[in-house]
Design a binder for this molecule. Structure first.
Ligand code: NAP
Length: 516
């Protein structure tokens, strides 16, 4: 019998009824073997069938939305309106990929027809399109029980392109995972798809995750979580006899730069928006603004007093689970222990027995940052941020050049500020996946042009995104067909273009058939 674990009420610590078994090596092997079997048929299913599968998942989730929200609230303490909004985002994501599959142009078909009489050598007929890679292992994050978990972007993007999925349920919300997995399984059955198209396993030990990544049938891994976890799994995959990609989306500092004229003109307004972004969801976002840089002086002092006043007034709230709460307290204590770092403000009244976090704002100068980069560069997951007093643009550029890859960077500036700080903006573009002007890094707009990624350690592959329409690109690979007869070609590459998709034919984007 494998070890078991139980879930907890995130607010009270009360053990919730029901037990979850750690997946055994045999169960992990069975899940991946079933995925390999399913892949044989799943990759050939029609676009309509896969789209219906995704739509059934969305409809199944919506049909029991209230139950799911209540369950997820018990396990995560994320509450309303956050959880209903996140559930809607996850269902919209499934439908977005359903629409992409039906439309069909995602395969990026390219056709270069033959020129048999070309001199000095004939040109062959070459055609290219995306094909699914095979079984994908998905690890969701504790802070998104719907949108980055069992039915999240990784799962629906992989299923959309024909890859079977094995999910490792997040041990911090296993009941929610279990309910969601049952909905996906039902949707697969109703769609006439083999069972192995989707499997979920539980595990609280790292052995389960490690075994999933190490399994020879796993073709790609999608991970969202901590740098430590993502890096550990990346290393496991790299050491396999046949390495496979681990697309790990991890945390980052998401620095916010306050430029001088904007700080003078809008200090209070920026303080208000910044504190709202910092404390949203008890700061449990990978896009949380953990560092602020601004020129020292009276305007920054005013900003600090406004932001500090607001931080002190934020009611402490329960974090996702005990481990995250402990890590937050330890991270805050590490910063607080540094010489020359001041606590600008800290909300009072946190009940430690309920894993409540109080928001904290620190201030220091850029010199202190450069003395203790190992502490100040590390993400503290929760509502904590450090304000660095800078001497000018050169100081900010020095920070930007030294900073790790980040999911985002934000600047608040007037048009004159932005022109003056263009060199800083240029450097930041080499360090981040998303540049935000006069806004805040939290609150992603999920749409085709979104990129949620960034240079390491924000992610392990900065070319890809885990959120938004392009997320599917992690689960496909190009396959080139040279001089392959029409009857053997996938329909997307046939001359007649039976699906009417957009293709690049002899360098021209078109929906037309190939002229004979
Ligand atoms: P986590 O502790 O890394 O857990 C994620 C998953 O990975 C869990 O299933 C976990 O299982 C497993 N895992 C962790 N370390 C492992 C290891 N060494 N070997 C095998 N499996 C391992 O992350 P989390 O606490 O759920 O989420 C919070 C973090 O996620 C924050 O750092 C946040 O910034 C980041 N995040 C990033 C994004 C993004 O899109 N970039 C989005 C949301 C959150 P166990 O719990 O059993 O260890």
């Amino acid at each position: 019998m494998s070890p078991t674990f139980q879930s907890q009420n995130a607010r009270t610590g009360e053990i919730l009824p029901g037990e979850f078994h750690e997946a055994t090596p045999h169960q992990i092997d069975a899940a991946l073997r079933a995925a390999v079997d399913a892949f044989r048929t799943f990759r050939q299913t029609s676009a309509d069938k896969r789209a219906q599968f995704l739509e059934r998942i969305a409809a199944g989730v919506e049909a029991v939305a209230e139950d799911l929200i209540e369950l997820a609230d018990q396990e995560t303490a994320l509450g309303r309106p956050r959880l209903p909004g996140e559930l809607a985002r996850a269902c919209n994501g499934a439908r977005m990929f359903a629409a992409m599959v039906r439309e069909g142009s995602w395969v990026d078909a390219r056709i270069d027809t033959a020129l048999p009489d070309r001199k000095p050598a004939p040109k062959p007929d070459i055609r290219l399109m995306h094909r699914p890679v095979g079984p994908v292992v998905v690890f969701g994050a504790s802070n998104f029980p719907f949108a980055i978990s069992v039915i999240g972007s990784d799962t629906v993007a992989a299923l959309a392109v024909g890859c079977p999925v094995v999910v490792k349920a997040h041990p911090a919300h296993p009941h929610t995972c279990e309910r969601l997995a049952a909905i996906v399984k039902d949707a697969a059955r109703e769609s006439g798809l083999p069972d192995g198209v989707f499997t979920m396993v539980h595990g609280r030990s790292h052995e389960v995750g490690t075994a999933l990544v190490a399994h020879p049938a796993t073709e790609a891994v999608a991970f969202t979580g901590s740098l430590r976890g993502g890096r550990a799994l990346f290393d496991v995959a790299s050491k396999r006899e046949r390495p496979v990609p681990v697309y790990a989306e991890m945390g980052s500092l998401n620095p916010v730069f306050l430029l001088p004229r904007a700080l003078v003109a809008r200090g209070e307004q920026i303080a208000e928006g910044f504190v709202a972004s910092l404390t949203l969801g008890t700061g449990q976002f990978c896009t949380n603004p953990a560092m602020v840089l601004a020129p020292h002086g009276a305007s920054l002092d005013f900003f600090l007093s406004e932001a500090g006043r607001r931080v002190a007034a934020v009611a402490p709230a329960s974090m996702l689970h005990r481990g995250i709460h402990q890590a937050y307290e330890q991270g805050v204590n590490r910063i607080q222990a540094l010489q020359d770092v001041l606590v600008t403000a800290r909300a009072a009244g946190a009940d430690q027995s309920k894993c409540q976090a109080s928001a904290v704002l620190f201030e220091t100068d850029s010199e202190t940052y450069f003395k203790h980069p190992e502490v100040l560069r590390e993400e503290v997951f929760g509502p904590s941020s450090v304000v660095l007093r800078c001497t000018g643009q050169a100081d900010m550029i020095r920070f930007a050049e030294s900073m790790d890859g980040s999911l985002s960077a934000t600047l608040h500036g007037t048009p004159e500020d932005l022109a003056e700080f263009s060199e800083l903006i240029e450097v930041l573009q080499t360090k981040v996946g998303r540049l935000v002007i006069n806004g805040y890094p939290t609150g992603l707009e999920v749409c085709p042009s979104l990129h949620h990624g960034g240079p390491y350690p924000a992610t392990t592959h900065s070319h890809f995104t885990s959120i938004g329409l392009s997320a599917f690109l992690r689960f496909v690979r190009p396959l080139c067909f040279q001089d392959v007869p029409e009857m053997l070609l996938p329909e997307e590459l046939r001359d007649s273009n039976p699906r009417g998709i957009w293709r690049l034919v002899n360098g021209v984007r078109t929906q037309s058939a190939v002229a004979s």
